[in-house]
Design a protein around this ligand. Structure first.
Ligand code: ADP
Ligand code: MG
Length: 271
């Protein structure tokens, strides 16, 4: 088997309280292979975002990593110092949040926001950054004219795709998407995920896709992990998660969902 891009080993994370600590992530282990589209599913509050933030080293108190390892291409992310962390973000791991489309700076043009990342990390000048930004916008199917726009002049779906393009600027090995399309309508959601899937094949990055929508997940993921109250209770191929769920809770999740998506499971999702 090829070396995983991401390897989470026995990860436990607490939220520290005055009286007691709350274990939000409990001894979780999983791997994501090169170019793999991996999903993390489970009801709201089960610990998905806590894991995503820890992988990106964006977790803050009261979150405390109690034990475990997060290996990115064999290197423990939890050991990185400040300077290593600066290089690690964007170029190794990039993260798109649910509200990412609102994270664009409202007073700067799209072009300047690309420039900020490309200049800071790659030392590009304005002209070089403009050229690269145009390429990146093309990847997410947005006209280069948009470089002159401000965020409020773009639709929600467009802004979310712009954030994804910025995230891809430094060719990350792993793209984490935490409920990236939840605020968008279903058609736009699907378009964005299809676009990401295509880019993943073209550019070769891996994806950690987080959502509570298991139906949407089986359409795009290779493998899916199901979480329940901080624990990873099942990891399985997308096809098997749908047709032969192993854990009671996975069956319950399906039972709580309208059966709309099953026939659209992605080609090749079968292991
Ligand atoms: P999910 O992304 O699956 O909805 P989260 O990772 O956001 O779940 O949260 C997991 C659990 O940790 C929840 O029970 C939540 O209430 C708790 N939690 C999240 N953030 C904090 C915080 N800053 N302080 C205390 N508890 C938190
Ligand atoms: Mg969350």
């Amino acid at each position: 088997m090829s070396v995983p891009v991401l390897s989470v080993k026995n990860l436990s994370i607490d939220y520290i309280g005055d009286e007691t600590d709350f274990r939000a992530v409990d001894d979780v282990s999983f791997d994501i292979g090169p170019g793999e589209f991996f999903g993390l599913a489970g009801e709201s509050g089960c610990g998905k975002s806590t894991i995503a933030f820890a992988i990106s080293r964006l977790h803050r108190p009261p979150a405390l990593i109690r034990s475990g390892q997060i290996l990115l291409q064999g290197r423990n992310v939890l050991d990185l110092d400040k300077e290593q962390l600066r290089k690690f973000r964007w170029s190794e791991v990039a993260m798109v949040f649910q509200s990412a489309m609102n994270s664009l700076n409202p007073v700067l043009t799209i072009e300047t926001q690309f420039y900020d990342v490309l200049h800071t990390h790659l030392g590009m000048n304005r002209a070089q950054a403009r050229e690269r930004a145009a390429e990146l916008l093309k990847l997410v199917d947005i006209s280069v004219d948009r470089l002159k726009s401000y965020p409020h002049q773009c639709s929600g779906g467009m802004r979310q795709r712009i954030v994804i393009a910025i995230c891809l600027a430094l060719n990350p090995k792993l793209l984490i998407m935490d409920e990236p399309t939840t605020a968008l309508d279903v058609v736009v959601q699907r378009e964005i995920l299809q676009r990401i899937d295509k880019l993943r094949v073209e550019l070769g990055f891996s994806v950690l896709f987080i959502t509570h929508d298991l139906g949407l997940m089986v359409q795009v993921c290779d493998r899916i992990g199901v979480m329940l109250e901080g624990k990873l209770v099942e990891v399985n191929g997308a096809h098997d998660i749908y047709t032969a769920p192993q854990h009671d809770y996975t069956r319950k999740l399906w039972a709580s969902m309208p059966r709309l998506h099953g026939e659209q499971i992605r080609q090749g999702a079968q292991q």
